[in-house]
Write a protein that binds this ligand. Structure first.
Ligand SMILES: CC(C)(COP(=O)(O)OP(=O)(O)OC[C@H]1O[C@@H](n2cnc3c(N)ncnc32)[C@H](O)[C@@H]1OP(=O)(O)O)[C@@H](O)C(=O)NCCC(=O)NCCS
Length: 212
């Protein structure tokens, strides 16, 4: 297995969106919207082009990771620039072979070299704890509703990066898409059945878990 990680280029866009659609389909809810999120976010002001990477296995794209600008807003309305990744995905047939680890580790290193303060992301703790992410509570960083959730994961990128920083996270609206637009975009792909699968229950049960 020859693995290569490189910056995403325009010629990759469609195949990347196809891989995203496969990776997320029916995973968190019936259907998926991540392929459209990726499609739209590339044009957004918060999109970080230098941190958009694809991973190739024997020359074929099997995953990608994308970052956008985010921020921490303190009680006094002080703002601290951060970055956030997502979507990140690997083709289902290649899960648990270490590709996600390669890709995430590579992008974290690149983000560090670019001087960013911290990465904040949403997801399952078991996906991101291996890279040093901890729940936001550890850093006094909440979601916009003021609550600490287990799914808000934070990684400072240098010593002391978050020592005097607390507040709530604000993610980019590049990640927000309308259901109608997703529906329309999805028609340009081969039909795929939207249905229930067990992973949706895990997701539902996890997103509201508070860090107490
Ligand atoms: C999340 C995802 C990118 C991980 O990619 P991957 O190539 O399967 O992950 P790796 O094989 O590199 O795993 C790295 C480590 O992450 C953790 N991990 C990854 N998937 C896990 C799972 N399903 N359950 C538990 N731990 C997991 C483990 O610690 C793993 O190390 P190990 O295999 O030595 O135990 C991939 O599963 C995926 O595309 N999922 C669908 C899309 C998604 O949910 N993306 C994340 C939300 S944006």
């Amino acid at each position: 297995m020859l693995i290569n990680i490189r910056r995403e280029e325009p010629k990759d866009y469609r195949i990347v969106e196809e891989v995203a659609r496969e990776a997320f389909w029916n995973l968190y809810f019936p259907g998926a919207h991540e392929h459209y999120v990726v499609h739209k976010m590339r044009e957004h002001a918060d999109f970080i082009k230098d941190l958009a990477f694809v991973i190739e296995v024997d020359g074929k794209i099997e995953g990608a990771i994308f970052y956008t600008h985010s921020k921490i807003v303190s009680k006094d309305n002080e703002e601290y620039e951060t970055i956030s990744f997502g979507p990140v995905f690997i083709s289902p047939e290649h899960h648990r072979k270490g590709l996600g680890r390669e890709l995430i580790t590579y992008s974290i290193k690149a983000a560090k070299e670019m001087g960013y303060r911290a990465i904040l992301t949403l997801g399952y703790p078991y996906h991101y704890e291996p890279y040093g992410f901890l729940g936001g509570k550890r850093y006094n960083i909440s979601m916009p509703d003021g609550k600490f959730y287990k799914g808000l994961l934070v990684l400072p990128l240098y010593e002391g990066a978050l020592d005097y920083t607390s507040g709530h996270v604000v993610f980019s609206d590049a990640l927000e898409v309308s259901e109608d637009a997703v529906e329309e975009f999805d028609k340009s792909f081969p039909p795929k059945e939207k249905k229930y699968q067990e992973s949706q229950d895990e997701y539902e049960a996890t997103i509201s878990l508070l860090d107490e």
